[in-house]
Design a protein around this ligand. Structure first.
Ligand code: CP
Length: 286
């Protein structure tokens, strides 16, 4: 399973990034397919909306010759009252080898892993974890560091002592939690920045993590700056005075990025609220 990073060593995480690099080469060929998963069945179980994660998993599974089943809660018998466990029992009869699970409740992929013999990959559960998004961000970060330095940076060298600034709605973000876990494990420093109401106290005391409410301080010398979406669907009212004030203090812009380190990369996991947490010229820029 890949549910979160608690049982993964740095060597195993680096092996995942290195394998992804090899697989990415496949997508540059005329025939974008290898037989690595021939005979296996991958099912995407999405109990919560998604564009990027669901489609990229399905694309990846097909590129490795797996058979793919797609389940979305919206059009399913959950609407008729079927429980999640019975839904899983039904799909399990179709001989699935790997489930890719997204759910709005933290822990749902862990629960599913106890109900099936198949492997489970967490594609985002509540505010808890989004490990494959963090792996993708680490992959992007390493590629950007290589480009900025011209060095090959094997192993965890690309991360050691580097700073990742994460800006925005950290409290509601599983992406922030998984990136904190992954980047600090790889030796990077993570700076969290946002209004105090959106930065939860339990993240402030973690090893390798610091917190600031000042955007210029967070971005100063950073190798990467990640903007996070305002998660209005998870937000209770009263956490922000107004969006206008948020934009004035925390929006990532080209001007703000001038304070970042040389070759710094801008990241956003998507979906974006354009011109809220990130200005369009920056989002659309190089
Ligand atoms: N980054 C991400 O998880 O996007 P989706 O919600 O579209 O899958």
């Amino acid at each position: 399973h890949l549910l979160d990073f608690t049982e993964w060593s740095v060597d195993e995480l680096m092996a995942l990034l290195d394998t992804a690099e090899v697989m990415a080469q496949v997508l540059t060929r005329t025939i974008k397919k290898v037989p690595a998963l021939q005979g296996f069945t991958v099912a995407s179980l999405f109990f919560e909306d998604s564009t990027r994660t669901r489609l990229s998993f399905e694309r990846a599974a097909r590129a490795q010759s797996a058979d793919v089943l797609t389940f979305s809660a919206g059009g399913s018998s959950l609407k008729k009252g079927e429980s999640m466990r019975d839904t899983l029992r039904t799909i399990d009869q179709l001989q699935v080898d790997l489930y890719v699970v997204r759910h709005s409740s933290a822990g749902a992929p862990h629960q599913i892993s106890r109900w099936t013999d198949a492997a489970v990959v967490n594609a985002g559960d509540g505010r808890h974890a989004h490990p494959t998004q963090a792996l993708l961000d680490a992959y992007t970060f390493r590629a950007a560091r290589r480009e900025a330095t011209g060095a090959s940076l094997p192993g965890a060298e690309a991360f050691a002592g580097q700073r990742l600034a994460i800006v925005g709605d950290i409290g509601h973000s599983r992406v922030a939690r998984s990136n904190i876990e992954l980047f600090t494990a790889l030796g990077a420093e993570v700076v969290l920045c946002g209004p105090p109401t959106l930065v939860p106290p339990e993240l402030r005391s973690r090893h390798g993590v610091s917190v600031t409410t000042r955007l210029d301080e967070a971005v100063e010398g950073a190798a990467a700056v990640m903007a996070l979406r305002m998660q209005k669907e998870r937000m209770v009212t009263g956490l922000l005075p107004s969006i206008t004030e948020y934009v004035a203090r925390y929006q990532l812009t080209e001007r703000v990025m001038r304070q970042a380190g040389p070759g710094a990369v801008v990241m956003h996991p998507g979906p974006m609220n354009r011109d809220v947490e990130i200005a369009s010229p920056l989002a659309d820029g190089p």
